[in-house]
Each structure stands twice: as C-alpha cells, then as structure tokens.
Design a protein around this ligand. Structure first.
Ligand code: KIV
Length: 323
C-alpha cells in the first residue's frame, strides 16, 4: 500500500493531529537538546587540539551578546577586560576592577548557561599575596559563576597559576601582547619579531603549561613563532593576531561587528557585520521620525474603550479624540 493510499484511510482531523504531534515533538527535541547541552571542558579542549579540531572563542560582556554567541555555537566565551576599552570607554584595560568583571561575568553566564566561560583577572588582582589572588579568583568563580580565569603574563605569574590550579580552578594563560603591561611594553606592538623575543615567548608558554594552565592565548605574535609554540605545547593555544597555525582563535565581539565609534580597522580582524553603521543610521532615522511625528503611527498605539473616551471627551467626540 502506498503512503498516499494509507493517508486516505485517515480523516483530515486525524492527519492534523499527527502533524501537530510531529511538530510538537520536534520543537521539544530542539529545546531539550539546548537544555541538555553541556559546556565544553578543559579535558575535551585538549583532545580537540590532539585531533586537530580548532577552538572558537569570542568575547562577550552582557546578556544579549552572550546569548547570541551561544546560539551561534561558539566553543568558549571570554569575558575579557577589553571590557574597559569597548564597553566602559577607558583608553586601556587598567581601570577595570574585579567588581566590573564580576558584574559583567554574571550577565554573560545568564545569557550563555551552556557555554564554557572564562573571566579575565583584571590588572593587579593577581600580583599581591596568594591569599588576595585566591580571594579575587573566588569572586569570579562564586559571584561571577565563571568556569575558568585568564591571566596575563609568563614565568613571573606561574606561582600564582599553580596555586589557582591547585584550588581546582582552570587557568588560561595569556602572553605576547599583554594589554595590562602596555606601559611597560611601550605600546601595542607585535611580539616575537626577533630571536630573543621568540625564545622568551616559548619559555613563558612552556612554563604556563607546566604550572597547569589549560591553554594559552597568544596575542599579536608573529605567525611562525605562534606556530612553533603551538607545536611545542600539548595544551591548546588560542590566537588573536597570531596567524593561522594556532589551535583556536579569539576575537573581540565589538571588532567582529565594528561596534564602536569611531571604529579603527585592525589587520588581524575579520569583520562579519557593521553594527556601528546600522545603529547610527537607525537612531538617526528614529530621531527624524520622532521630530516629524511619523513615529508612533496607528500601528503602535493602544486604544481605550469607547465609554472611556466618551467620559473623557464628551459624547460624540470620539472621532476628535482618535483623529
Ligand atoms: O580582554 C580581552 O578581550 C582579551 C582578548 C583580546 C584575548 O584578553
């Protein structure tokens, strides 16, 4: 018996019922797939490196950007202290505080509860005693609900990294251009250009791996040096401006979408949209519509009952009130 012949046996309402059940089942399956989705973990990340599967990471600082990143299927979200530049309007990351990071991490976690979330340790929050460092880590993990923390620096921070890892907290290292040391580096310069610098970066990366870091961000590092470091480590390297041969990539959300004014183009960034222009043009159109009274129009308003209008304006004045 063909499917058509079979379907003739059922009434239209029965067919409708089956379609409804099928539709409902598919929707519920989709929902429960997201609800059951487990965030990536550091063991799987290492395996992904071994299997040659690249890791995707993007920064986010609030609920909507985090939800969109999760829906788009990103592997990891970084609540970066780049927050200072792109959201808070500072000219560096130095003024960002642990309270800022906790506040923004919480909103990111609310938006992306099924994604692995790394929170940045801000400037000078891991350079004092181990106790104060652990207190700051505790804030990001317990109050911010992050899965891991990121710290800038090489060998000089390895004692702190070891203590944090011993406390059970995954640490992502960050070497190359480290914006928290911009005043010492003398600007936002490409790292790993000469032999001594390449050797320094390699030693720092190895020391971080030995201290227990689960990965290392390489920022603005020459491609050859980043590649060599990636080959030498068993933990993943995540590049930003570090070329093609690292184990993953991270970009700043606001760079991906030119969400800034003015937006400054960066060679290592690929943009996927121009939110800045969309938002500026949209708001300018909105201002025009308000000034010209073309917004709101009748499709945007709520109307009261006739009796209410009559009581307010008097009988027969409804048309005037609604003109
Ligand atoms: O703060 C940040 O966004 C970062 C990335 C640039 C890696 O550290």
């Amino acid at each position: 018996m063909t499917l058509y012949a079979l379907s003739d046996l059922f009434s239209d309402s029965l067919k409708g019922f089956f379609v409804f059940i099928l539709f409902f089942t598919l929707i519920e399956r989709g929902r429960s797939t997201m609800a059951n989705k487990q965030p990536l973990n550091i063991v799987k990340m290492k395996k992904m490196k071994a299997d040659g599967i690249p890791l995707s990471m993007v920064t986010a600082y609030d609920y909507p950007s985090a939800s969109l990143a999760e829906e788009a299927g990103v592997d990891m979200i970084l609540v970066g202290d780049s927050l200072g530049n792109v959201v808070l309007g500072y000219d560096s990351t130095l003024p960002v505080t642990i309270d800022d990071m906790v506040y923004h991490t919480r909103s990111v976690v609310r938006g992306a509860g099924h994604t692995f979330i790394v929170a940045d340790m801000p400037f000078m929050t891991y350079h004092g005693s181990i106790d104060s460092t652990l207190d700051n880590v505790k804030r990001l993990m317990q109050d911010g609900h992050a899965h891991a923390v990121k710290m800038e620096g090489g060998r000089e921070i390895c004692t702190a990294v070891e203590s944090i890892v011993k406390a059970g907290v995954p640490v992502l290292g960050h070497i190359g251009l480290t914006p928290q040391s911009v005043n010492q580096i003398g600007g936002y310069r490409i790292q790993g250009k000469d032999e001594a610098d390449a050797a320094r970066l390699l030693e720092d990366a190895k020391a971080l791996e030995k201290a227990g870091a689960f990965g290392v961000v390489l920022e603005l590092v020459t491609e050859e040096v980043a590649r060599f470091i990636s080959e030498q480590l068993s933990i993943p390297t995540i590049g930003i401006g570090a070329g093609r041969y690292v184990d993953g990539q991270v970009l700043v959300f606001h760079d991906l979408f030119k969400y800034a004014s003015p937006y400054r183009d960066k060679r290592f960034v690929k943009t996927y949209g121009d939110i800045g222009t969309i938002v500026r043009d949209g708001i300018s159109q909105y201002v025009h519509d308000v000034k010209s009274r073309s917004f709101p129009d009748e499709t945007h308003v709520f109307t009261a009952d006739d009796q209410v209008v009559e009581n307010l304006y008097g009988k027969g004045k409804e048309k005037v009130a609604r003109a």
